[in-house]
Design a protein. Structure first.
Lengths: 143, 953
């Protein structure tokens, strides 16, 4: 399965984007997000970027005010996921230009579209920024 | 510009986003969302909503669910939107549906049709969107509706479509492997697709297939190796590079596949050696992504048939990981060490200090990983130190999930490697005391059995020593408050069985303790049941031994209370006890034989002692019993009816298969059987209520036995049925008995070793080294790793933690070779717990912790005050740059980003310092964006300036 969810959460613990690759009920999501965000936000910068939580391993990375948290299973390569996060941010940055939290909030669907291009069934299927953004730019043009 | 220009969004939407963005607390956010739900409920059902507007509503629904509230009232509108002709609206609709619904939701059926239509579209974007939806929305039942179309799309001229078609099939395979079994050749074919993206996607289904069964895919080894080689040699298009590393994610997946294929297969493994060696040599150890590949190489090396040369390279890489300052790399180092240790056990030794540093690190992730490593390398020589540490850790954490895990690991290791009975009992006590309610109840039963049976030696002395030390330790512990129930059960049982066994403690002393327990835990019926039976045993043993046995007054009052208990089990136990009081010593000895919990219980499964009774009944005209197998259908039904009449008077018809009544036959039983009843009060309690009512009305064949031997003993007999498997020797359940036999065999060798150990181990002078490493740490290292080299020879114990002076000569050597691994500073006290940033429930607390921990926030506030107009604020944001950069560089451990000239959307900043001067691709764009956002009333002076911080700095 690989990636099981991707979360973007700001410093105050408010969710800015959530994408799950397995079904959890609303209540389960709420609890899970609360628990892991609490865990990750309490850590300092020197500590590992990985946290175990129940059956998940959370790989997280902070960019300015925003935390990117990726829940993976045990088989996943943590360092690679860390770089996947960076690739995601770089891709958003290329699209939005100096991406900030507000860009993601105003264009939530686009952030999701990018993720849809990059990750399917919890697997990282596309890492070329040009390929990720091509359909999104095309859609912008046509509509 | 397109993406950010104008936004094309309504004021209402912008206001919503703004207010959510500025919400200060979870409760404020909730208020906003609840209000929004009300608004949307009204609006979304209005007629003739323009499409653009509807799209916005849908996104607002997404917000509602994302923030944890139910938006199901609008699902149907998202479904409708998937029908739209505009690709943007259609995709938004699909997106919302995939976020809202799981594959089994009722509404999905409305979408399957749309997906089918979209898969046929001429517009490849529409096809891609539909394929995305396939991955998430098509369940096992609907696969047949689309699979044919998806397979055809594997040959689509657009690579993006082919790639997504592969992934759609992958998701079908995950849901229902049989649905795509006939399509496996397609995956293999697509491996040679011209497009690297399609090839890369194919690796996922192939990986899954290989995980299930390696053999049919062995022939692909050469192809995989070849692809990996080409990727590593940069034959792929440049846009797959990530920070100058060629297609790292594809490389990693290939290495994972090779690890599976090469496992235990020398021939396949040999084909991989060269390419793995090449990749490791080329990998860039200064970047995260380089290390990610390196890590995957090591995983692969430790999985395939070992190659000495590669193992050496891997060991070097691990050493570098462990030496690194980065916690992430240390973590990877510990992880890979745990993998390699299976193949070359000696490798851990040179890293002992590094490992201990990680163990003592305040970072919980690292610590836990290190415990995992220790768990893997535990043997009889270091079990004491490791288990002691694990227990300390277990006590220190609050997370029940990991507490349970650690506790069961402690138990497992202790059972496997315990050097002495005493240590074993002490260890189990600690585990039970701190995590008793979390460990598997089986562990408690195992412990009781171990104490009862001893460790399988013939030597009765050591068995009774074990029991005595258990009794002593329990007497010490039992007064402590709030012991877990499972532990108290063990304590009561052992005190009852062996408390007075060797005369060290008087019966009244033990009885007093047991009464205390029953009183202190009066809400726990199970514990009380154990306690009262233990009291009974103590009494019986006294009386049988011919001593004058009298009941303590508190015991008497306990019996009085219990005989009026709501629990029928407790009541019964109390009555039994009272009945016993009147019996003479001889009878008592038969009822409660001393130390007989391990004796065999003979169960007459054919119930031959009932033959006479059956004969008599038959003579009196009872119908003969017909075995289930011989019953004909008609007869069966009539019987069912008959029994139904008894058992379910309210039911009229019942045609489903009927369970044959089991001949549960209460009778007199041999009196020796009674003793172990106390072991299973749980089963008793559970079974009793269901049993009793059913007996009386519905068993015409089996009259309740006359109370000659006391109904108590009849019931006892029934209880024993459940007990037997666990406790009677001959009928142990197979799992339990095998574990015990393992344990026994281990024990014997270990005990041999411990004895030798006491002769051999003598204190050596503490190691001198010019590098300051605390003596404590070295001792720990010695006791952890000490036994390593002599593994095959005699096992040597390192002694208890912190007391071991056994530092082996090999350690001296190793430490000198590896001075770099020895850190100069000694990690000291655990850092104070970091402040909780997340208390959204309390706005006030939140704000304070927020401002106290966040520097960019403060900075911005200060800066923003200076400026009101666009330009000034832009520069304010700009000057905020360095700070964000530093945040970023902290996150990006190896600074991998700035090594890459074309990393960030063509920004021309060669170094981090100058990055602050230019703002993104175009200063003008950024300013425009700022201005626009500001017009909407969101500006950095408002409540949450962080919304504006550039993520990438």
């Amino acid at each position: 399965m690989g990636i099981r969810f991707i979360l973007m959460v700001n410093k105050q613990g408010q969710t800015r984007l959530a994408q799950y690759f397995e079904y959890l009920t609303l209540e389960e999501r709420r609890t899970l997000e609360g628990e892991i965000v609490r865990k990750c936000l309490a850590r300092n910068e020197q500590q590992c970027s990985f946290v175990e939580h129940r059956t998940y391993k959370i790989v997280y990375r902070r960019y300015a005010s925003l935390f990117f948290l990726v829940g993976v299973d045990n088989e996943e390569n943590e360092l690679a996921i860390l770089e996947f996060i960076h690739l995601l941010v770089e891709t958003m940055d290329r699209h939005f230009g100096n991406v900030c939290e507000l860009d993601i909030m105003f264009h939530l669907e686009k952030a999701h579209f990018m993720l849809e291009e990059m990750v399917m069934n919890g697997c990282i299927v596309e890492t070329s920024k040009a390929n990720i953004l091509a359909p999104i730019q095309l859609m912008d043009k046509t509509s | 510009m397109g993406s950010q220009g104008g936004f094309g969004q309504s004021k209402e939407f912008l206001d919503l986003v703004k207010s959510i963005g500025e919400a200060r607390s979870k409760s404020e956010e909730d208020r906003i969302v609840l209000r929004e739900i009300e608004t949307l409920k009204r609006r979304i059902n209005e007629p003739d909503i323009p499409k653009r507007k509807m799209k916005e509503y849908i996104i607002r629904l997404v917000y509602i669910e994302m923030l944890g509230h139910d938006a199901s009232f609008g699902y149907i509108h998202a479904v409708k939107m998937t029908h739209d002709d505009s690709i943007l609206l259609k995709r938004t609709g699909y997106l919302a549906v995939t976020l809202f619904l799981n594959e089994d939701h009722d509404l999905i059926i409305l979408i399957v049709n749309t997906i089918q239509k979209d898969l046929k579209s001429d517009n490849y974007l529409v096809v891609c969107t539909a394929l995305n939806a396939c991955c998430k929305l098509i369940n096992e039942e609907t696969i047949p509706a689309v699979i044919q179309q998806v397979v055809e799309l594997l040959g689509h001229p657009k690579e993006a479509v082919r790639k997504k078609a592969v992934m759609a099939l992958h998701s079908f395979h995950q849901r229902s492997p049989s649905s795509v079994n006939h399509l496996i050749s397609n995956f293999r074919k697509k491996l040679s697709d011209n497009d690297p993206g399609v090839m890369g996607a194919t690796l996922f289904p192939l990986y899954d297939l290989i995980t299930i069964d390696v053999n049919p895919h062995k022939d692909l080894v050469a192809s995989f190796v070849n692809i990996l080689k080409q990727v590593a040699e940069r034959r792929l298009p440049k846009n797959y590079d990530y920070h100058q590393t060629p297609a790292p994610f594809i490389q990693i997946k290939l290495l994972k596949i090779l690890a599976l294929l090469g496992s235990g297969d020398k021939k396949s493994s040999e084909q991989m050696y060269t390419v793995i060696g090449d990749i490791m040599r080329k990998s860039d150890t200064a970047s995260n992504i380089g290390n990610a590949i390196l890590y995957e190489c090591i995983c692969c090396i430790s999985s395939i048939q070992p190659s000495p040369k590669l193992l050496e390279t891997a060991a070097d890489a691990i050493a570098n990981f462990l030496k690194s300052d980065s916690h992430n790399l240390k973590y990877m180092g510990i992880d890979t060490l745990g993998r390699l240790i299976r193949i070359s056990p000696d490798i851990a030794e040179q890293h002992q200090i590094a490992v201990i540093d990680c163990l003592e690190d305040p970072d919980d992730t690292l610590k836990r990983k290190t415990f995992e490593l220790l768990y893997k390398m535990t043997k009889s020589s270091n079990v004491e130190v490791i288990v002691d540490r694990m227990i300390d850790y277990m006590i220190s954490i609050n997370d029940n999930h990991y507490k349970t895990e650690t506790a069961s690991r402690c138990v497992e290791l202790a059972e496997q490697f315990a050097p002495s009975n005493h240590w074993f009992i002490q260890t189990m006590n600690k585990v039970f005391q701190h995590a008793g309610d979390l460990v598997n109840p089986k562990v408690a039963h195992n412990l009781m059995r171990l104490i009862a049976e001893g460790f399988g030696e013939d030597d009765d002395m050591s068995d009774s020593q074990l029991r005595l030390s258990a009794v002593e330790s329990y007497l010490k512990i039992v007064d402590e408050p709030k012991l877990p129930s499972a532990f108290l059960q063990v304590i009561c049982w052992v005190l009852g069985e062996y408390g007075t066994a060797d005369g060290k403690y008087s019966a009244s002393y033990i009885s007093g303790k047991l009464c205390d327990v029953a009183e202190a835990y009066s809400s726990d019926d199970v514990v009380k049941a154990y306690a009262v039976t233990a009291l009974m045993k103590v009494y019986c043993f006294e009386k049988a031994a011919g001593r004058k046995a009298s009941l303590l007054p508190e015991c008497q009052s306990l019996l009085e209370v219990l005989s009026a208990s709501h629990s029928s089990d407790l009541q019964q136990r109390a009555y039994e006890f009272q009945a016993i009081l009147d019996l003479d010593a001889n009878a008592i000895e038969n009822i409660m034989p001393l130390d007989a919990s391990c004796e065999d219980i003979e169960i007459d499964k054919s119930l031959s002692f009932l033959d006479n009774y059956v004969l008599k009944s038959l003579e009196q005209g009872a119908e003969p019993y017909i075995p289930e197998s011989e019953r004909s259908g008609t007869l069966n039904i009539s019987k069912i009816r008959n029994h139904n009449a008894y058992e379910h008077p309210t039911h009229s018809l019942r045609f489903e298969a009927y369970e044959v009544p089991k001949p549960v036959v209460p009778t007199k039983i041999p009196s020796t059987v009674t003793y172990p009843t106390d072991i299973v009060p749980v089963t008793v309690i559970v079974s009793e209520p269901s049993y009793q009512p059913s007996v009386q009305p519905s068993w015409p064949l089996v009259p309740v036995s006359d109370a000659g031997s006391g109904s108590g003993s009849t019931e006892l007999k029934l209880r024993l049925d459940g007990v037997q498997k666990k406790w009677g020797k001959p009928t142990y359940s197979s799992g339990a008995s095998s574990s015990i036999s393992n344990f026994e065999s281990d024990r014997t060798t270990v005990n041999g070793a411990t004895q030798i150990n006491t002769l051999i181990s003598k204190p050596r002078e503490p190691r001198q080294s010019n590098v300051e490493v605390s003596e404590e740490k070295q001792k720990l290292a010695a006791s952890l790793f000490g036994g390593k080299t002599s593994r095959s020879k005699k096992k040597q114990s390192g002694g208890a933690a912190g007391h071991s002076k056994v530092s082996r000569t090999t350690n001296h050597g190793e430490d000198k070779v590896q001075p770099a691994a020895v850190p100069v500073t000694v990690t000291t006290a655990v850092q104070p717990p970091p402040p909780d940033l997340l208390d959204l429930g309390e706005p006030a607390g939140d704000t304070s912790s927020y401002s106290s921990t966040v520097d960019p926030f403060k900075q911005l506030e200060g800066l923003v005050d200076l400026s009101q107009d666009v330009n000034a604020t832009a520069s304010a944001t700009t000057s905020n740059g360095p700070d964000l950069m530093s945040l970023y560089s902290d996150a990006d451990l190896n600074g991998s980003l700035n090594q890459n000239p074309n990393a960030m959307n063509g920004s021309v900043n060669p170094s981090k310092k100058t990055a602050s001067l230019t703002k993104g691709p175009s200063l003008k764009d950024a300013l425009d964006k700022d201005a626009l956002v500001r017009q909407m009333g969101v500006n950095p002076t408002s409540q949450n300036p962080n919304l504006f911080s550039d993520l990438l700095g």
